[in-house]
Design a protein around this ligand. Structure first.
Ligand code: PSV
Ligand code: MN
Ligand code: MN
Length: 389
């Protein structure tokens, strides 16, 4: 059993989770995008919605942007708007998957002109970062092929390395380039950055400012994600998470919904080395879409799920675990983890919120606020957040 001495989840007071702007817009599958009353029409309204999530949870201090979905005339005014709403603008996500030019690839394309265009887009994203004060550029590369022999796998890696170097050279000294991986989709034979190994190799070639972002939905079924987390942390190359849940592929469902135990195991690897503390520099982000459920409450639920998994990880009796591991006590060690996982932490989290001056129940607080009814009346006409988030 966990003891009272280790029931300290106060570290969660400083644990922030970044939310994605695209979670607040309408999204869907290739079959249908369902519209939602009150959906944001502009990037400003997306930021306002995200600020609501922070207001009731106290744990969502930043909003990731997606360019061009969140393009505005004056990014510094978007940053001031965010600050007025007590949030900051976070990672800037590039987009090289919606332009006809990129049919055969973007940063890997055999055509030098198209590669240059894709590099220029990332340099434009870096300019956005300068205007918003964001420190992180996030690159998910959709490039790949559908048929064996369609293009040279090797040549594409060489082109990618060269393109990445050009982007990396455009970073300021305090910027980080996050390189994401995904094992398949939109291409189905090979993907140019399919796994953490490929992402890591490119990051190592680039330098200290390049790190891997791990999207929990981007692995083959059965992959031991916590092993990847542990390994990347050992190399100081885990830059960020894109949290979400998957049952089948890149489902982008609410984090902790499909497999809360997996989320706990991931957070245990994080907490066991203190990587949940702000000093680790790891950016804990959500990358989700709410196709059928209400979006703001969906984000609130997501934040709470990550908090619950992290609280449970904080309850792991580290010294008892280490002793059992060293003693070769297999079931004893497993029991230490399971004791923490099976603890109901909802009361502890409600107490923590109360101590922060927040409502004990963020879902109820949001429902009571009348915000949703207000925006449903005020906002007429919605904006498609964009495909693929
Ligand atoms: C596409 O798979 C994707 O979901 C990636 O995970 C990116 O992080 C996200 O879209 C936003 O571009
Ligand atoms: Mn992602
Ligand atoms: Mn994805």
């Amino acid at each position: 059993m966990t003891t009272a001495a280790v029931q300290d989840i106060s570290a969660l007071a400083d644990f922030g989770i970044e939310v994605p702007s695209w979670a607040y817009g309408n999204s869907g599958t290739r079959f249908k995008v369902f519209t939602t009353p009150g959906v944001p029409r502009t990037p400003f309204e997306k930021v306002a919605d995200a600020a609501e999530v922070n207001r009731v949870t106290g744990a969502a201090p930043r909003v990731s942007l997606h360019i061009p979905w969140d393009k505005v005339d004056d990014f510094s005014s978007l940053a001031s708007f965010a600050a007025d709403h007590k949030v900051a603008l976070g990672a800037v996500n590039s987009n090289v998957f919606q332009d006809d030019d990129y049919k055969l690839g973007s940063l890997t394309n055999a055509d030098k002109r198209i590669r240059a265009k894709a590099v220029a887009h990332h340099l434009e994203c870096i300019d956005v970062m300068r205007a918003t004060g964001s420190k992180t550029l996030k690159l998910w590369l959709p490039d790949g092929t559908n048929y064996a022999g369609q293009d040279s796998i090797r040549a594409r890696q060489d082109r990618l390395a060269e393109s990445l170097q050009e982007i990396y050279a455009g970073l300021d000294a305090d910027h980080t380039l996050l390189i994401e991986y995904k094992f398949f989709e939109p291409f189905f034979y090979h993907t140019d950055i399919p796994d953490w190994g490929t992402s890591l190799l490119h990051c190592l070639a680039l330098g200290d400012q390049a790190k891997v972002v791990l999207d929990t939905g981007h692995h083959a079924p059965g992959t031991n994600i916590e092993f990847i987390v542990a390994q990347l942390i050992r190399q100081n190359k885990l830059g960020a998470f894109d949290f979400n849940s998957r049952n089948y592929a890149d489902d982008d469902l609410i984090v902790g919904a499909a497999d809360p135990f997996q989320l706990f195991r991931i957070m245990h690897e994080i907490v066991s080395v203190g990587a949940h503390l702000p000093t680790s520099g790891i950016n804990f982000m959500l990358d989700q879409c709410h196709n059928i459920e209400p979006k703001i409450p969906g984000q609130i639920r997501s934040i709470m799920n990550v908090q619950e998994a992290t609280a449970k990880a904080l309850l792991v009796d580290a010294s008892a675990l280490e002793k059992a591991q060293i003693d070769g006590d297999i079931l004893g060690a497993h029991a230490v983890l399971m004791d923490a996982y099976n603890t109901d932490v909802r009361g502890l989290l409600a107490d923590l919120r109360e101590s922060q001056g927040l409502d004990r129940d963020p879902v109820a607080a949001f429902a009571r606020s009348g915000y949703m009814e207000r925006v449903e009346t005020d906002r007429v006409g919605g904006q498609q957040a964009g495909w693929g988030a």
